[in-house]
Design a binder for this molecule. Structure first.
Ligand SMILES: NC(=O)C1=CN([C@@H]2O[C@H](COP(=O)(O)OP(=O)(O)OC[C@H]3O[C@@H](n4cnc5c(N)ncnc54)[C@H](OP(=O)(O)O)[C@@H]3O)[C@@H](O)[C@H]2O)C=CC1
Ligand SMILES: O=C(O)C1=N[C@H](C(=O)O)C[C@H](O)C1
Length: 254
């Protein structure tokens, strides 16, 4: 263990290792020359396997209902964490910031989407937001997904709402007076979000902007979970030198 640390190898543990994303992360870490996969933990396994194996960074792709307990454990045990699991409300993020305040030097990266194309899609949408009076988000995922709307759509809506507010835009125009519940999607900070689930899909999102005489559609598609791996590995490499909470991948790309 000491030799590897001296040589700069990052010792990585994966939480949710038996899941769709966790299994892909295990392969990616295994294939990275500067990392060693030291622990694979899934439902029912003891978290102490991570510290027993000397994990320096833990990657979490589990479920929204267990991720906070996992993260708390990592912070308490001084293990850096890279988190892809969804379900992070502002309240949860504040809670994580509070835990980290007592642990100087410890880093946590939480990203709603590790796909580089998805990060760019969100950046482009944020840039476009001020120029269009209308905006709706349509996210599409595989039917085994537990949460709706997706973490990516929720984050995109927050970014767009902030950009609209900064530009002084009012509410999105919508005369709907008679609605079958759900027909207009969920309202996230004033942005309508529609969640589609279908076999054959992986992870896809469209942001549709409209103003008089024109629309702009910004679309991203992940056809394979391998698309998230460059972002995950980037975060694993960066997290130890980024104390505190890093939200989303943007600061790491810049
Ligand atoms: N940020 C990003 O880029 C991406 C984020 N995601 C998010 O990642 C999460 C996982 O997605 P996905 O891999 O598709 O889901 P899966 O259901 O395939 O994987 C979750 C895994 O976590 C396991 N698990 C459940 N509870 C625990 C626990 N307490 N400790 C350890 N492992 C546990 C599950 O075991 P069991 O099945 O036995 O319950 C399962 O193996 C979701 O929130 C999803 O939205 C997904 C893709 C990309
Ligand atoms: O569950 C998924 O699959 C995905 N989850 C994340 C989300 O909720 O945004 C990221 C990506 O969309 C795939």
């Amino acid at each position: 263990m000491t030799d590897e640390r001296e040589q700069g190898t990052i010792r990585v543990g994966v939480l949710g290792a038996g899941g769709r994303m966790g299994a892909e992360v295990c392969k990616a870490v295994d294939g990275a020359a500067d990392m060693k996969l030291v622990a694979t933990v899934d439902q029912g396994d003891a978290l102490s396997e991570l510290t027993d194996a000397g994990a320096q960074v833990v990657v979490d792709f589990t479920t929204p209902d267990v991720v906070m307990d996992n993260l708390r454990w990592c912070v308490d045990h001084g293990v850096h964490a890279v988190v892809g699991t969804t379900g992070f409300t502002e309240q949860r993020l504040d809670q994580v910031r509070g835990w980290l305040a007592g642990k100087p030097g410890l880093g946590v990266v939480i990203a709603p989407n590790f796909g580089i194309g998805a990060v760019l899609m969100m950046q482009f949408a944020t840039r476009a937001a001020r120029y269009f009076e209308s905006v709706e988000i349509i996210e599409q995922h595989h039917p085994r997904k537990l949460d709706a709307p997706s973490g990516t759509a929720t984050h995109t809506a927050r970014l767009i709402a902030a950009a609209r507010a900064e530009a002084g835009l009012g509410p999105v125009p919508d005369a709907t007076a008679d609605e079958v519940p759900g027909a207009r999607g969920a309202d996230l900070d004033g942005v309508r979000v529609h969640a589609v689930r279908a076999t054959g899909l992986v992870a896809h999102q469209e942001v549709l902007f409209g103003t008089t005489g024109e629309t702009l559609t910004i679309r991203h598609d992940s056809y394979d979970r391998v698309s998230f791996m460059p972002g995950v590995l980037l975060a694993v490499r960066a997290v130890r030198s980024r104390p505190g909470l890093t939200l989303a991948l943007d600061p790491l790309l810049d």
